[in-house]
Design a protein around this ligand. Structure first.
Ligand SMILES: NC(=O)c1ccc[n+]([C@@H]2O[C@H](COP(=O)([O-])OP(=O)(O)OC[C@H]3O[C@@H](n4cnc5c(N)ncnc54)[C@H](O)[C@@H]3O)[C@@H](O)[C@H]2O)c1
Length: 426
């Protein structure tokens, strides 16, 4: 079109030379146009092939990815549903609570209660006797935090209340490393009191009936000063707790820190450590495994056991009360060790025999709390009957034994090593 337009446009173009040049130009222009069209077309063609390929690939990827997305959605759903239900507390009522030793037996039940009540709970534990499994059902919850930390080292966090439970509690555990037990109860308690002072938090100390030692009065009330052997095998724990109490009242008087002191008596329930070594867990495990139930001495020494949920309720009531002097928390229902052995044997339905061994050193002969003060000032008393509590503990230990049996690590036999060189006669 361009060429013919040129030929027709100017009369001088009819001369042959000029016409030749214009012919060449015409030819070149047509060639350029054809080449341009070709390049354009092949570009479009390539692009559509490429786009087609990309779409197919995208569709393929989508087909693979969609089921995975579905699985992630399901997992997320099950993840958010797995937490036990928690109450909603307004900003004003919700407290930031630290539980030292919160991955232990009592601490984990306290964690459950405070979480379900709607508070923000930080558990600090060095996992000496505690386990992540005890609080794993809260891991990931927005109100929960777990910190692996030793209270012998200072801790800097912001909290409103501190339940200071960190300390090994059973004789085999606290005797395992008496110096560490002393450090935990002295330096650890100083650190927590320092934290309480810094952030203006209230601190509750988990003290123990062991501060009464081998008591000369019966039952033991809070006024009794105790009968402790300061250099005996239990001293690291008994004296550690006694000085921890002293520290609380020094911080209260000198620094105005609000303190609460619970003198806890023997407690039992699910999540007690398998190697706890205390009477109830020993007897239950022995009965479940068909082993003899071992009684130290004649078995006439008495004990009174409270179920863990009663203790946890008592701790929370005490923390939120205005009672700053020590309070006994325990179940006054007293039984001889022999009676416990017989009862547990019956509840398990075990054929185990009862075996008498020589008396343990510094083993208190009598232990029974006087809980008049807790009743009067806190309106608290234990409510779970002994048999009901024991059945729950037995159920727990039975499941734990099954769990252990199913998760046992059985090492594969190693292939025999083939020695090079001389053969040996074995
Ligand atoms: N269970 C009872 O019968 C009983 C009786 C009297 C007093 N108490 C007191 O109650 C508290 C809890 O006892 P429990 O029976 O749950 O014992 P537990 O051994 O199950 O729990 C103690 C927890 O403290 C942790 N812990 C120990 N040393 C620590 C350290 N240095 N830093 C951080 N964490 C540390 C352990 O790992 C564990 O999780 C203890 O202070 C104990 O003295 C318990």
């Amino acid at each position: 079109v361009t060429g013919s337009a040129l030929l027709n446009a100017e009369p001088q173009m009819r001369y042959p030379k000029i016409r030749g040049i214009y012919g060449i130009i015409l030819f070149l222009l047509s060639l350029t146009a054809v080449w341009g069209n070709y390049v354009n077309m092949s570009f479009l063609l390539n692009r559509s092939i490429q786009e087609n390929g990309e779409m197919k690939l995208e569709r393929k990827i989508e087909e693979i990815v969609e089921p995975l997305r579905e699985k992630i959605r399901d997992l997320e759903k099950s993840f958010t549903q797995k937490y036990p239900p928690v109450k909603f507390l307004s900003e004003k009522d919700r407290k930031r609570i630290l539980i030292t030793g919160g991955a232990g037996f009592v601490g984990s039940h306290l964690t459950d209660k405070l979480m379900m009540d709607g508070h923000e709970v930080t558990v600090v534990d060095n996992f000496f006797t505690g386990r992540k499994r005890n609080v794993e059902h809260w891991i990931g919850h927005e109100n929960f935090e777990l910190i692996n930390h030793d209270v012998v080292e200072p801790l800097y966090i912001e909290v409103d209340q501190i339940y200071h439970l960190a300390s090994p509690a059973s004789p085999p555990n606290y005797m395992y490393n008496p110096i560490k037990t002393l450090k935990t109860n002295t330096i650890g308690t100083l650190n927590m009191l320092g934290l309480a002072k810094r952030v203006g938090a209230r601190l509750l100390l988990a003290s123990t009936s062991e501060v009464y030692g081998d008591p000369e009065v019966h039952p033991q009330s809070e006024e009794y000063w105790g009968h402790v052997n300061p250099i005996g095998p239990r001293a690291c724990y008994d004296e550690g707790k006694r000085v921890a109490e002293t520290m609380c009242y020094a911080y209260m008087k000198q620094e105005g820190v609000e303190v609460r002191v619970a003198r806890i008596f023997n407690t039992f329930g699910p999540r007690m450590h398998m190697n706890d070594g205390r009477v109830v867990s020993n007897f239950i495990l022995q009965a479940l495994q068909g082993e003899p139930l071992t009684v130290y001495g004649s078995g006439s020494q008495t004990r009174a056991f409270q179920y863990v949920s009663d203790l946890v309720n008592g701790l929370v009531v005490l923390m939120n009360s205005n009672v700053s002097s020590p309070v006994n928390l325990g179940n006054p229902e007293e039984h001889t060790i022999l009676e416990f052995a017989q009862l547990i044997k019956d509840l398990v339905g075990s054929g185990s025999e009862i075996q008498f061994l020589s008396e343990a050193q510094d083993d208190p002969q009598k232990r029974k709390p006087d809980i008049k003060k807790a009743k009067l000032m806190l309106g608290w008393e234990p409510v779970v009957p002994l048999e009901e509590g024991l059945n729950k503990a037995i159920h727990y230990f039975r499941k734990e034994l099954e769990y252990q049996a199913n998760n046992q690590y059985i090492p594969k036999p190693k292939p025999a090593r083939i020695k090079k060189g001389r053969t040996r006669h074995n």
